[in-house]
Write a protein that binds this ligand. Structure first.
Ligand code: AMP
Length: 289
């Protein structure tokens, strides 16, 4: 595995591979890799001849009071992990490689970026789209893999690639969970033991709602949100922590169009998305119903 830090070196590598007729698979990450990331890498490996992984904690997707400075990092451990999964190139650029001091060009997806995570983090998806576009421009992948864990991000990136005619296939990988159901996330490292136990309420709440819908019971969107909220708060209280719900929302899959509170939920036609704070740590999760 080659570890490269410069745009020029990655371009040279990728140009040579493409000239040899090879397909490049790409998985962009912010590092502190876990099984969720690895599953995407394995998926990319099956779709391409070469696997390129990037680790870049992208400053433009963090808001002014967010966790950019303390975002967990483990360059050596991540490199070892990438090697094990059969990564050909690990791209770890410094910020100066991707952003000129006077950079003033950004990529924005309008509607799909609004609401949900875009509400609390108004410049987040602009940062994601800008860095993903830069990375696509450097790597030129045939296929890029994104996780369903970040459901809104996935839809935003899909829309961007389609609208801008970016010559890359966007593939999604399923959300990977810990054995107790908690969605794997680099940010789980911030949680205290009690918060970590409280975090189980998120996936449980989604499961409860999914089961109710699957059972054929008549459940309105507003009732489903209340059910999920109550469960998350109950589990938190039991563990002695106070989860603060940022949002719990039912949306149409892919378009993320809102579902009216009075609408009766039908399987296959809705995804429940949520974001919950445990102290300063904000966790997200989602489930198609
Ligand atoms: P991040 O390093 O958090 O920016 O995530 C990099 C990629 O990994 C994104 O496409 C995420 O959606 C994906 N990812 C993160 N956590 C998970 C998970 N638990 N399951 C599946 N994919 C994930």
């Amino acid at each position: 595995m080659e570890i490269l830090a410069s745009v020029e070196a990655v371009r040279a590598y990728c140009d040579a591979r493409r000239a040899a007729g090879e397909r490049i698979g790409f998985v962009p990450t912010m590092g502190y890799l876990h099984e969720g990331h690895l599953s995407l890498m394995r998926l990319a490996r099956t779709r391409a001849d070469r696997l390129l992984v990037s680790i870049f904690v992208n400053p433009t997707q963090f808001g002014p009071n967010e966790d950019l400075a303390r975002y967990p990092r483990d360059a050596e451990g991540d490199a070892a992990t990438c090697r094990e999964v059969g990564t050909d190139v690990l791209f770890m650029p410094p910020v100066s490689e991707l952003y000129a001091d006077d950079a003033e060009t950004f990529v924005t997806v309008e509607e799909v970026s609004r609401g949900l995570c875009g509400e609390r983090r108004p410049t987040h998806f602009r940062g994601v789209c800008t860095v993903v576009t830069k990375l696509f421009n450097i790597v030129g992948p045939c296929v890029a893999v994104f996780g369903e864990k970040d459901y809104q991000q996935l839809q935003v990136v899909r829309r961007m690639a389609r609208d801008l005619l970016q010559p890359v296939e966007i593939v999604s990988g399923p959300l990977v969970r810990e054995p107790d159901g908690v969605a794997m996330s680099s940010r789980n490292a911030y949680l205290s033991d009690a918060q970590r136990r409280g975090a189980r309420g998120l996936s449980q709440a989604l499961q409860r709602v999914a089961e109710r819908v699957a059972s054929g019971a008549e459940l309105r969107a507003g009732e489903a949100v209340a059910l999920a909220r109550d469960h998350i708060l109950d589990v938190g209280a039991r563990e002695g922590v106070e989860p603060k719900v940022d949002y719990i929302s039912l949306r149409r899959p892919e378009s993320l169009r809102p579902i009216d509170d009075e609408s009766v939920l039908r399987g296959g036609a809705a995804v429940m998305l949520l974001a919950v704070f445990f102290g300063a740590t904000r966790l997200i999760d989602n489930r198609e119903l």
